[in-house]
Design a protein around this ligand. Sequence first.
Ligand code: SAM
Length: 279
Amino acid sequence: MDKGVLYIVAMPIGNRADITDRAKEVLAAVDCIAVEDTRHSRPLLKSLGITTPLMAVHEHNETKLVARLIERLQAGESLALISDAGTPLISDPGFPLVRACQQAGVRVSPVPGPSAAICALSAAGLPTDRFLFEGFPARTSSARCEQFDRLKSEAMTLIFYESSHRIAESLADMAKVFGGDRHAVIARELTKLHETILSQPLDQLCQVLAEDSNQRRGEFVVLIAGAVRDSDAIDPETQRILEILLEEMPTKKAAAIASKITGIKKNRLYPFALTLKVE
Ligand code: SAM
């Protein structure tokens, strides 16, 4: 293990088997692991046979602890930073520490692994070539609606995190601002027992959540299909071709064949085909 290095180590987002061999090696070898919550991380690390000392570094004390951690790194210790789940710094603490390390010339090395946003995107069936990660939407409805309004015309796939407390309200605001017919995906409890991926227009997703309280439980990633700009609008003939193909084959294949026929890029036809399929 290199000395004087801060390792940014990704942890599982549900399924404990998703921890990587390298993550385990690094966590066992460093002098100290900075964790968000020792009560959460200690049992997991113990179950992996990792007995490295822990230090709690969370959003409330991070700025205060940065100087001390940099001193330890400069004295030659190696440290790892982990979050309760997923990749540190992604809607989680760590940014002030990593920035301070960069400024102090301390090496920062990532040990990659799961992150809920990328995990959800990989399975959502929405375009992945360009996406915008927005983290958690604002907490109040008025701030949320303003935030969504700024993103309404964005053509990239939008990715949000949301908690069970606010999922229904957030989705309702999304439907109000983006429009109930905008296609979206809710990726819930990824890698866990009750993993569910729902892909429907926003107003239908709101309905599913209203009718089934189980669908409001757990952890959520919400993905919104990017806006179709007027200049990008699919012409009626292409729509007709897609509709015929969709009767005979899966959406992905229909979009690929329609793309060959019309010359329009597959990643533009695919989200449009998803909306036709739902209709
Ligand atoms: N750093 C983490 C990462 O890399 O994904 C995210 C931490 S953030 C505080 C926690 C949020 O991530 C949850 O509220 C939820 O929106 C999302 N999340 C985490 N695990 C998830 C899972 N298994 N399924 C769906 N969403 C999840």
